[in-house]
Design a protein around this ligand. Sequence first.
Ligand code: NAD
Length: 425
Amino acid sequence: MSTQIANAVVTHEESMFEAVLARLDVAAKLMNLSDDVAHVLRNPSKQVKVSLPVMMDNGKIQVFEGYRVVHSTHLGPSKGGIRYAMDVNSDEVMALAAWMSFKCAVANLPYGGAKGGIKCDPRSMSVGELERLTRAYTKAMKDIFGVNKDIPAPDMGTSGREMAWIVDEFNKITGEDSPGVITGKPIAIGGSLGRDAATGRGVMVNTLAALKKMGLNPNAVTAAVQGFGNVGSHAARLLNEKGIKIIAISDHTGAFYNTNGIDIKAALEYTAKNNRTLKGFTGGTEITNAELLTCQCDVLVPAALQNVITEENAPKIQAKLIVEGANGPTTPEADPILNDKKIICVPDILANAGGVTVSYFEWVQNKAGYYWTEEEVNTKHDLKMEIAFEAVWNNANQFKTGMRIAAYITALQKIEQGVKLKGSY
Ligand code: NAD
């Protein structure tokens, strides 16, 4: 398929990794990245696939597929979450690993990028089955993970609970107490204050920075947020605290619209009592998730799934600003349509980098054995996000391109130095 992105024609197939490469190629051409460096980055440095036999509660053994892809280590040890979902596959893990390389570089963190995943349906498994699966995965990855080597974290379908099992299993194998081998841990065992809300917080900081550049007052702005999980719920709450009226929210059970503004506190209380879903919420008129994306609002925050903004619905999007809480919510085909409509899009590798930024702070605190207050974490986080936003904004102006390609350029400028300075080829 042929796509026009920021004045350059690229081709790509329907694959997440191809979508990453399509953007990389456009950025590489604009910034004149050396072909050698582009070649290195087009190929993940390590790909591991394992089979994980697990004793299920019914006494039968089920074998799960597990993946870990290290995309790059040119700026430091690789960093990236572990996803539990039925659609996990090597293409998706490669794409997410590459995004982590670019995200860490944009946020100026001393990390390369990685990602892992297990093809499973965590919602249909018991806690015991999940623990056995997680420990089997950790054993299989014992030579990949390491506090100065490859540092996992939670992603979709995993949380602090799985991170606790991983750090415990890893430490049993190595015989050392090394909390920094994984981030996103519960606070009691070395997690960082502020980590839980960090990705939503990064969305908020990026939104405010973009609104300022656009000359818009947050108190006169409306927003629609797709997804009400970790990223979406914290983003909606924090945006609302900054004066933005949230007129639509949603999750996988439905979407709700209220021109007077959704009461986010009430929505949070509702989901806390309702199995973490919005099903049956009465604080707005029920609409579809598709309608939420094209509703009349100033800011759109996709914070649920990938590939939801496409060439089909992009022409109908009314928001002036999109801030990507989710990874990969916009397809490469939709990018030029948004650009033509002069919609500013703060891309995932910048907008949702708050999570990995506070993961980095967790790792630093673990290494130092000294823990910061939540205020210290938030202040350091906000500063890092503001600096990253400014660097990408400046590159967008300098290279006369949209923020997505500008974010790739910002990342590639750093990674290129790492590849060239460290390289012995
Ligand atoms: P989560 O599982 O906590 O929440 C996902 C939300 O999306 C839930 O509210 C779910 O109901 C909703 N959802 C699922 N299917 C939907 C659908 N078809 N329509 C509308 N809503 C739907 O996950 P999360 O951690 O919030 O992650 C969301 C996205 O953000 C993912 O793309 C993830 O990779 C990305 N991300 C997360 C973090 C983090 O720190 N959690 C960091 C960076 C990026």
